[in-house]
Each structure stands twice: as C-alpha cells, then as structure tokens.
Unconditional design. Sequence first.
Length: 189
Amino acid sequence: MRLVFIGPPGAGKGTQCKRLVELLNIPHLSTGEMLRAVKKQETALSRWVASYIDAGRLAPDHVVMRIVAQKLQSEECVNGALFDGFPRTLIQAQLLDDYLADQGLKLDMALELKVEEEELIQRLLKRAQIDGRVDDNYDTIRERLHVFHTQTAPLTEYYAKQGKLEVVNGMQSADQVFEDIKACVERHR
Ligand code: AMP
C-alpha cells in the first residue's frame, strides 16, 4: 500500500506514522528526516538545504522529488511506502503521481490529520523544549504553519478529486486517532 500522510507540523503525524508502518509493514519515508540527514553532512548542498529548513521554508520541489525517487528505487519500497511530509506542494503531488505512473504504480490513499491552530502551536513549543529542534521556535513555527496553509493544504482537494482523501480528527487521544486511521486504511485496501 502507498499512502500520503498530510498534516500541519505538530499534528502528531510522527507518532501515528510509527504505528501505521508497523501495521502495514511498509517503510516510513519522511522527507523532513531525509533533509535533516542531508543537512548534517558538511557539503555545499547541505548548507543550501539548511538555509530552507532553518527558516521554515520549503526546499525546492525537484530536489525533494529526487531524494524521494532514490529511496523508492530501493528494494524495501517494492510493497509500498508511507510518505510523511511529502508531497508538500501541488507540484510535488504531480511529480509523485507521474513518477509512480512511470513505474506502473499508484497511490492508494491520502490521509489528512486535522488539528486546531492554537493546539498546534502549544504542541510545537513543548516539542522544542524536549527535542531542541532548531526550527521549533515561535517565528519558525508561525512560518511553517503559514507554509502549510498556503502550499500544502490545497493538496487535500487534489486528492479528494481523485477519491483518495480520508480526514481524521487529530484532537483526540493517540489511541483513538489510530483507531480512526485503521478504519480509513481498511476502506482503501
Ligand atoms: P518536517 O520534519 O516534515 O516538519 O520537515 C522539516 C522541514 O524540512 C520543513 O519545514 C521544510 O523546510 C523541509 N521539508 C520537509 N519535507 C519537505 C518537502 N516535501 N518539500 C520541501 N521541504 C520539505
């Protein structure tokens, strides 16, 4: 199964993704993690990538697609994948659809996790204290939420038109959110 997980930063995607990849036995492809790994290397590319992440802005679509495509070519992705934090723009969604179509594959489902803005900010500020992520400060959080609303939220319509969208209420306990997600997965298997 191939699915896309859409949700603003702080919605709880990370927690739910861990459970979901275990349930479905598919790899977890988080572009945030991939880009943070690139950022750690001491290269010109890493400094360029860091400039986007640290400002809370999106890295260029084709760069992200190239990193994802490399992963998708690996053996572990033959039976599917969970895309976390990707696609983040309509262009990325189109690039992913085109890439999969070229391979004779397709996405099965897009899952949107919904959480109110104020709750997101509180969760992200709390995470900043625990994890110390450079991009979890107040200004960057605001910028990332703005980017989500303007660039990523339109994806839900894109996938709704394809009949692939499922929406889950993220303002519930983690266990209840996962129960709802499992029910969505069953509808698209
Ligand atoms: P995340 O861990 O998913 O919140 O991503 C952290 C940061 O990595 C984002 O704020 C962006 O700067 C960058 N990033 C992650 N995924 C993407 C993507 N699909 N397209 C562009 N930039 C991304």
